[in-house]
Structure formats: structure tokens, C-alpha cells
Design a protein around this ligand. Structure first.
Ligand SMILES: Nc1ncnc2c1ncn2[C@@H]1O[C@H](COP(=O)(O)OP(=O)(O)O)[C@@H](O)[C@H]1O
Ligand SMILES: [Mg+2]
Length: 316
């Protein structure tokens, strides 16, 4: 038994000669909410399809819930809920009727307890009140939650959601986000893809960043957020003197303009970066007329733009 929900080694998926997924090593701890982040076309859906056994890998290994895939597919899949393409619902049937149809398609589900399972799944996603309403009257957020309900007709250890908030309005996005949070609070591991950093940042404990088929960063939100650089910005007419003092303190590559100097704070492994107040004191002692002093940190977004060479749509 491993404490990983998903593990891949050098996973590769090629379409003809193009590697849509190029040697990725995913490490998804059990109990995590793992944000699988990357711009459109970076290989997220292809990876997810391979994880679920919907497509075969060209190369590499996949383990889901501690078992090799696709070898143990039949044992693994009942424990995994997935929402990959928006599920097809009959618009003229109610939410509950649609779920009953999904449940009926599951050979292992007893007919007797069907209504109870459906009611429980609807309750889980907050749709009990809309159970009898026709799906065509559902909002997009409600439809997406119904899709998640369909994946929750059985108890699951792992939930895989491919861009579950794509196309949703802010209200629908909030609904799905809070649902993911509450599922995670129940102990379900959630692997959720997105091209929206802001979204993943709010719900995830772990992040993996895809860029052109490669996994370019992976870790806890804290590890990735904290790994960014920071800079000091000194507003002063004495640029050359300020640059000298900053260099003397070990700050890197001062950029001098007419009224300011910006220098990088070195990444400290032993925590001995100079404190801001010491930098200011040294500047003043060095005869620099300091008009302003700020420490600027790279945001997680700056990091991702640097990693993927691409901006994420933050607001859309
Ligand atoms: N069935 C397929 N045949 C050929 N190329 C594909 C196929 N599916 C995906 N691709 C290509 O693989 C790359 C990754 O696509 P995808 O996994 O859908 O990215 P994402 O989900 O991150 O937007 C893209 O270049 C896409 O065009
Ligand atoms: Mg996709």
C-alpha cells in the first residue's frame, strides 16, 4: 500500500511524432487536492485520459491508488470518480432521472438502493432542491455539479476532474470550488486540472505545472509559492552609490535608473538574507539619500509565467 493516489514514471504519450505528454513524473499524495495546471494544449487532458485508462501510454508507468494501470483497471476504476468531458445529460429529464440512468449503467450497483444513492449524490453536491427539475432549466454550474454527482454515485477514493469550471460564470465557479473543498475535507483525493492559476491557488494543497507536454514544476503550494525570488527597490538620486552598497551586501545584479535601483535578494538556503532594515541602514551609512524602499516578491503567477512562458487568464 502506498501513500500516493497517483504516481507516474516517465509517462509519455505521442500522437504520431508529437509528444503531447513528454516523460512526466507525477506524484499525487493521498488526501491532497492536486492542481494540474497548464495553458491550453500543454497535455493535461491527454495525461488524464491515460491515467484513467481511456488512452494507452506510449511509454512509462502509471500507478493509480497503488496499482499498476491499465493492468489493474477493473479493480481501480470503481474507486475513481471522473469528470473528463462534460457528461451528456438528457435535458428533458430531471437531474434525479439522469442520475438514475447513470446508476443503472453501472453493473455493480444494486437496483434497490438506487434511489437512496441518487438522493445522496444530489445532496452531496447541493442539488437536492433541484432533483425534480429538468436539466435544461439548470444553470451551467448546476449541470457541472450534476456531473460531479454522477461520479459520486459510489464512494470514491480519488476524483479526477478535467477543467471542471471551464465555461462557468463566477457563481458557477464558486459552486464547483466549494464543492471540491468539501469533498477534500471528507478525505477524497482530488486531482483537478485547470488553465486558471487563480482558481487552483484557492483550492489546492499541491500543484503540478505543465508546459508543452512537460511537468516543469511540482510541489506543495507553499513550496512553489515560496520558491519565487524577491527584489529590493530603492528610490534615490544616488543610483551608483546605492548599487555599490547593495552589491556589498550580496544582493545581485543592480539595475540602475535615473531615480531608482532594483537589486535581487539572493535565494538563501540558510535564512541569512539581509533584513530590509539592515539594507536601509547600510544605504544611509553609505551616504545614499533614500527616498523610498520596498521589497517586492514574485507572485505565484510571476513564477508560472516564467515557467510556462505564457500568461494565465486570471479573470476570465
Ligand atoms: N487525439 C489526438 N490526436 C492528435 N493530437 C492530439 C490528440 N489529443 C490531443 N492532441 C494534441 O496533444 C496536445 C495536448 O493536448 P491536450 O492534452 O488536450 O492539452 P490540454 O488539455 O492541456 O489543453 C495538443 O497539441 C493537442 O493538439
Ligand atoms: Mg484539456
Amino acid at each position: 500500500m502506498t501513500d500516493l493516489a497517483i504516481r507516474t514514471r516517465a509517462l509519455t504519450k505521442r500522437f504520431r511524432r508529437h509528444a503531447a505528454v513528454d516523460g512526466i513524473d507525477l506524484v499525487v499524495p493521498r488526501g491532497s487536492v492536486y492542481g494540474f495546471l497548464g495553458p491550453n494544449g500543454s497535455g493535461k487532458t491527454t495525461t488524464i485520459r491515460v491515467l484513467l485508462g481511456l488512452a494507452g501510454a506510449t511509454d512509462g508507468e502509471v500507478e493509480v491508488l497503488g496499482r499498476p494501470m491499465p493492468t489493474d483497471l477493473r479493480a481501480v476504476l470503481p474507486r475513481v470518480g471522473a469528470l473528463v468531458e462534460g457528461p451528456a445529460f438528457y435535458p428533458f429529464l430531471s437531474g434525479a432521472s439522469n442520475l438514475r440512468r447513470f446508476d443503472a449503467a453501472d453493473a455493480g450497483a444494486s437496483r434497490r438502493s438506487r434511489d437512496a444513492r441518487v438522493a445522496q449524490a444530489l445532496d452531496r453536491v447541493g442539488l437536492s432542491n433541484a432533483a425534480g427539475k429538468k436539466v435544461r432549466a439548470y444553470s451551467l454550474g448546476m449541470k457541472q455539479r450534476l456531473g460531479i454527482a454522477a461520479s459520486l454515485l459510489r464512494p470514491r477514493d480519488l476524483l479526477v476532474l478535467d477543467e471542471p469550471t471551464n465555461g462557468l460564470d463566477p457563481q458557477g465557479t464558486r459552486e464547483v470550488r466549494s464543492l471540491v473543498r468539501s469533498l477534500a475535507a471528507d478525505g477524497t483525493t482530488v486531482f483537478v486540472s485547470s488553465h486558471l492559476l487563480a482558481e487552483v491557488e484557492q483550492i489546492c494543497s499541491h500543484i503540478g505545472v505543465m508546459s508543452a507536454g512537460r511537468l516543469v514544476a511540482q510541489g506543495t503550494l507553499d513550496e512553489l509559492g515560496g520558491a519565487g525570488g524577491s527584489r529590493v527597490r530603492v528610490t534615490t538620486p544616488d543610483g551608483a552609490d546605492a548599487a555599490r552598497v547593495l552589491t556589498g551586501l550580496g544582493l545581485g545584479a543592480p539595475d540602475v535608473t535615473a531615480d531608482a535601483v532594483v537589486a535581487a535578494v539572493p535565494v538563501q538556503l540558510n535564512g541569512s538574507a539581509p533584513a530590509p532594515e539592515d539594507v536601509v541602514a547600510a544605504l544611509v551609512a553609505g551616504g545614499v539619500r533614500v527616498r523610498g524602499f520596498t521589497v517586492e516578491h514574485d507572485s505565484l503567477e510571476d513564477r508560472f509565467v516564467a515557467l510556462t512562458g505564457e500568461g494565465f487568464d486570471v479573470v476570465r
